[in-house]
Design a protein around this ligand. Structure first.
Ligand code: MLT
Length: 407
């Protein structure tokens, strides 16, 4: 008799963004004709750039003819794209080889799968608040103990607070796999080089591994802030980096990302190259490679012209983010992030809890945001607004907040 993985009963009832979508639908069915403005999920809205489209179309055309058709590619990714990404790092003065780059269908997939190359007993540490995928995937894998009062009893929480600028220091206790996301989703905070160096030092002392989610790195405009964990000395020995074309090039629907597993990466019981080989084994077994269309698009993004055009997209979303942040500040709401990241993190007014404020914002201003508590216990009393969206929607939503939100 087959039995279900019992860990599913140990998860929150619904994935955060599915729950938001459900509540929004319910509001719409109860309020027909009311236009809802979405600043919730970080979903891109602007068209792909001309150079990217040229790349995508190239493969679409090739697929139309028997002479140029291609089927399966390498599971690790198109060699040209792995090379181009290695060069992209090298242009920033960072040492990454093509064999260390694995192309994926997006950062979320790899964030959820990366723990599989580590022992089931490894202790997981996450930032709190946190992008829920790192936690939920490890719940499903049976790594984090039982959920009691919103807290997993075998998970190390690194609490981000107003006092530490939502950049928590390394844990006080031993952790084996440490998930970090900078620029941070959801708080919009960005760790400095010194703050990341403290994590690298911790990881080297404890022979832990940092899983660094850099999906929003293109949004860092301050030249003093790091965009990659490999800007930190010795990080190649202790860090895996995950990144994505989604928020940078508008590939949320196209699907393309990558993960760097350095040859130098070692843990307690491995020699150099062993973890890279383990991830290679995992990918060749469980993944058949990213779409060849998407990968050609990725190659186009990485050209000089492509990068320039995509910077235009990033600038557009950041201008929207600034509009949101300014609106909240004008209303004297305590606001964080939104400067080197496309997310604005705010304290809920009048001591409302996160879901109470979700309902209030939706019913009064018809704006959907993301309740902070959905990102973990440390997010209670906070709320997130995302700067992805058409400008008219952002302007309409912020105007509605100014006019209709009663605070
Ligand atoms: C978010 O809104 O947090 C992101 O869009 C989620 C994601 O990228 O998967």
């Amino acid at each position: 008799m087959a039995t279900i993985n019992p860990e599913f009963a140990n998860l929150p009832a619904a994935y955060l963004f599915s729950e938001i979508a459900r509540r929004t639908r319910e509001f719409q069915s109860q309020n027909p004709g009311v236009e809802v403005m979405r600043l919730g999920i970080g979903n891109t809205t602007e068209p792909l750039t001309p150079k990217t489209l040229q790349g995508l179309r190239l493969v679409v055309e090739k697929l139309a003819s028997v002479e140029t058709y291609t089927g399966y590619g390498d599971e690790q990714g198109d060699a040209r794209l792995r090379q181009a990404l290695a060069e992209w790092y090298q242009q920033k003065g960072l040492r990454v080889q093509p064999q260390e780059v694995f192309i994926s269908d997006g950062a979320k997939t790899d964030s959820a799968n990366v723990s599989s190359i580590f022992d089931r007993d490894n202790i997981i540490a996450v930032q709190d608040p946190v992008y829920p995928v790192y936690v939920d995937s490890n719940v499903i894998a049976g790594r984090v103990g039982k959920l009691q009062d919103g807290i997993y009893d075998n998970l190390v929480y690194m609490r981000g607070t107003e006092e530490n600028g939502f950049v928590s220091p390394p844990p006080q206790t031993k952790a084996d796999l440490i998930f970090l996301c900078y620029p941070n989703n959801p708080t919009g905070a960005v760790a400095t080089k010194d703050q990341l160096q403290a994590f690298v030092n911790y990881a080297r002392t404890h022979r832990s591994v940092i899983v660094f989610d850099a999906a929003y790195s293109a949004y860092v405009s301050d030249p003093n802030l790091p965009r990659s964990i490999y800007e930190i000395e010795s990080a190649r020995e202790c860090a895996i980096e995950i990144n994505s074309f989604s928020k940078w090039a508008g590939f949320t629907g196209v699907r393309l990302g990558w993960t760097v597993v350095p040859m130098d990466l070692v843990v307690e019981d491995t020699a150099p190259e062993q973890l890279n080989a383990a991830w290679n084994r995992r990918q060749t077994t469980m993944f058949n490679g990213a779409s060849n269309i998407a990968q050609e698009g990725g190659l186009a993004v990485l050209t000089e012209e492509g990068q320039k055009e995509c910077q235009g997209l990033v600038n557009y979303y950041m201008e929207s983010t600034h509009i949101i942040r300014q609106t909240l500040e004008d209303l004297r709401i305590r606001t964080f992030g939104g400067i080197n990241a496309p997310y604005v993190w705010m304290r809920t007014p009048n001591g409302l809890n996160s879901w109470e404020f979700f309902d209030k914002l939706l019913s009064e201003a018809h704006v959907v945001g993301t309740p902070g508590v959905g990102f973990g216990p440390g997010g209670e009393g906070y709320f997130r607004l995302a700067g992805f969206g058409h400008r008219e929607n952002i302007l309409r939503a912020t105007e509605s907040i100014r006019q209709n939100l009663k605070i």
